[in-house]
Ligand binder design. Structure first.
Ligand code: DX5
Ligand code: ZN
Length: 215
C-alpha cells in the first residue's frame, strides 16, 4: 500500500515542516489538490506552490487536477515537478489526448472517477492510464464523509484491471482515515489519499503506522 497525505489539510503557514513531518512519519507520496473555482467551487494551489514543494521533498508528487482546463495547466504542473497527474475526464471532449500528452511530458497519467460516474465512462481511457483515482467523496473540499457506495465500484475496477491484465494502480481519495482504511484496501485500493485523516491527528507517525497495520 502507498499512503499519500493530501496537503490540503496541512497548516499552510508551515507547509515545509508539515511536508517533512509526513515524510519522516512514513508517507510514500504527497497528494496535491488543485482546484480552480470553476470545475469545483473552491480554489487551492497553483504550479508555483508545486515548484516550491518539489524543492523540499523527495516524495513523488501526486497532483489531482480538479480544474476546468487540465490541458492548459497539466504541462505547467509537470514542469513544476508533478510525477503523477490525475484529470477529471468529464472536463474534456477527448480525455485520451490529454492523457497521452501527460505521458509524453514524462508524468504518469490518471483519471479521476467521481462517486456517481460508472466505470464504463472511462473505457476508452484504459490503455492510456497508469492509475485510476476513485473518488470516495465529491471533489471540492477536504474533511467530507467517506461515501460507502463506492466500495463495490472499487472492487469492479480491480476485477477489470485484472481481466485486461493492465498495469494500472487504483487510488482512493476522500474521507479515508485509520478506522475505515481497511474497507478500501479490502476492495482493492493500493494508493490511499488521506488529508484530514492524517493532518488533523496528533501524531502523523502513529496514524500512518495504524493505517499500515490495517492492511
Ligand atoms: C477532495 C480532494 C481530496 C481531499 C481529501 O476534493 O480531492 O484529496 O482533500 O481530504 P480528506 O481525506 O480530508 O477527505
Ligand atoms: Zn484529491
Amino acid at each position: 500500500m502507498k499512503i499519500a497525505p493530501s496537503i490540503l489539510s496541512a497548516d499552510f503557514c508551515r507547509l515545509r515542516d508539515e511536508i517533512q513531518a509526513v515524510e519522516s512519519a512514513g508517507a510514500d507520496w504527497l497528494h496535491v489538490d488543485v482546484m480552480d473555482g470553476h470545475f469545483v467551487p473552491n480554489i487551492t494551489i497553483g504550479p508555483v506552490v508545486v515548484e516550491s514543494i518539489r524543492k523540499v521533498t523527495r516524495l513523488p508528487l501526486d497532483v489531482h487536477l480538479m480544474i476546468a482546463d487540465p490541458d492548459k495547466f497539466a504541462p505547467e504542473f509537470i514542469k513544476a515537478g508533478a510525477d503523477w497527474v490525475s484529470i477529471h475526464p468529464d472536463t474534456r471532449k477527448d480525455p485520451v489526448t490529454s492523457l497521452k500528452k501527460i505521458r509524453e511530458l514524462g508524468a504518469k497519467a490518471s483519471v479521476a472517477v467521481n462517486p456517481d460516474v460508472p466505470l464504463n465512462k472511462i473505457e476508452a481511457c484504459l490503455s492510456h492510464l497508469d492509475m485510476i483515482l476513485m473518488m470516495t467523496v465529491f471533489p471540492g473540499f477536504a474533511g467530507q464523509a467517506f461515501i460507502e457506495d463506492v466500495l463495490p465500484k472499487i472492487e469492479d475496477a480491480r476485477k477489470l484491471i485484472a481481466q485486461r491484465k493492465l498495469p494500472i494502480l487504483i487510488e482512493v481519495d476522500g474521507g479515508i482515515k485509520a478506522d475505515n482504511i481497511h474497507r478500501v484496501l479490502a476492495a482493492g485500493a493500493e494508493v490511499i489519499v488521506s488529508g484530514s485523516g492524517i493532518f488533523k491527528t496528533p501524531s502523523y507517525a502513529e496514524t500512518i503506522r495504524k493505517m499500515r497495520q490495517a492492511g
